[in-house]
Ligand binder design. Sequence first.
Ligand SMILES: Cc1cc2nc3c(=O)[nH]c(=O)nc-3n(C[C@H](O)[C@H](O)[C@H](O)COP(=O)(O)OP(=O)(O)OC[C@H]3O[C@@H](n4cnc5c(N)ncnc54)[C@H](O)[C@@H]3O)c2cc1C
Length: 448
Amino acid sequence: MTVSLVWLRDDLRVADNPALTAALSSGDRTAILYVLDDESPEVRPIGAASRWWLHHSLLELQRTIAGLGGTLILRRGAARTVVPGVVAEVGATSVHWNRRYGTAREIDVELKKSLPDAHSHTGSLLHDPWRVTTGSGTPFKVFTPFWKSILAGPEPRLPFPAPTSIPGVTVPSDDLESWGLLPSRSWTDEFSSVWTPGEAGAQNRLARFLDAGLALYHRRDEPGIESTSGLSPHLRFGEISPYQVWHAVRPAVTPENRANADRFLSEIGWREFAYHQMFVNPDFHIRNLRPEFDDFPWQQPRADHLTAWRKGQTGISLVDAGMRELQRVGVMHNRVRMVAASFLIKNLGIDWRIGEAWFWDMLVDADEASNPASWQWVAGSGYDAAPYFRVFNPELQAAKFDPDNAYRARWIEEFNTPLYPEPIVSLAETRARALADYATMRAERPPT
Ligand SMILES: Cc1cc2nc3c(=O)[nH]c(=O)nc-3n(C[C@H](O)[C@H](O)[C@H](O)COP(=O)(O)OP(=O)(O)OC[C@H]3O[C@@H](n4cnc5c(N)ncnc54)[C@H](O)[C@@H]3O)c2cc1C
């Protein structure tokens, strides 16, 4: 009897899982392993909201795999030690995983050399970053030509079907509860009213979006209506793959919704673009992609300002509604993320990395590529970024995208009452200060 091992990471699904499919065809029995690695310095420790999601996603995956006859083996520790240990324990003669693209990739490169018959597969991105380059072979730094070059290439492969059975291997596994992933505070109570982590939840979201959201996607900037997919945490944890999304959207295209479908798929493209940026800049959650921003004269963060921002008490209603949505359900509408991030960076003068770290802790879709890429986009320090001098005016944004107050009234209980706080800063004065700071940076260190 031969045993193969599949090591799951950000791909918590059985359908369209190339590593699982390959493992099933290369051994009589397949051991399925998930390692909670909070020891390796190359792995960015996940935030509190993501830990909530991970707990529920693993629970769901355990059930799915058990229903197919297999077992999900849970272990905790440094992957460099744990994975070879389990390979020896189950007697695996081949090992499979789907690639990751951040610093943790260093661990995979090492293990690939030392483990028997180890194979990495492309499962989380439509294209490995080294396959999409400019004509001169360098990584793209601008989204439009990046996406055009992808669209000019062949269609992404079809998704692999889910296995019908998984002949498993029984070895000891940690008890998921013992990992203590759920927060002790009750702040995640409302999460489960909105989210169903796991593969089935992801497929339901996609079906709901194709049914109702896609036709409204041209209104994706309006936070008060449900016109976007809500797929981001499912994509983040790999409960659904971009191939499954792509091949579900394509047949749903009609002459009426074509523009919406193209736009939606281009957002999947932004996700890819973020990963391609991370592949060449694995430390970009702490490093400005534009070095001139290293000299930016950030303000010393005022504790009261930071607290007001985090709690949604700034007196700027669109920012506050977004920050309260984040607290209560672990996400924030994309347009509002841009406005809330711009307010922190530009109106409060606080280094984008402080905001990035807060989102990393609080978002259920906190993504090691999309979060830093988006923060750097707003700050102006990233690739193809909004120029720093574009300072969102949150009041104008609210009037334009939440004209009937639906979004703000939903998240701010005391909205439009005397209990709602006064603005903590003047938008006009802080905008002027932000532009002056930017001019100082440019004078000291012109862009290269
Ligand atoms: C400051 C800031 C921080 C962000 N942090 C994250 C993050 O940690 N994780 C994350 O997934 N997205 C992040 N985004 C991007 C975006 O806000 C979310 O992907 C989107 O709100 C998710 O909602 P949806 O699934 O309904 O999106 P849809 O509009 O339905 O888009 C479909 C999918 O495309 C991807 N996508 C959409 N927009 C973007 C984008 N701008 N960049 C990268 N991928 C995108 C997501 O995977 C999303 O699920 C951030 C944006 C900003 C401005």
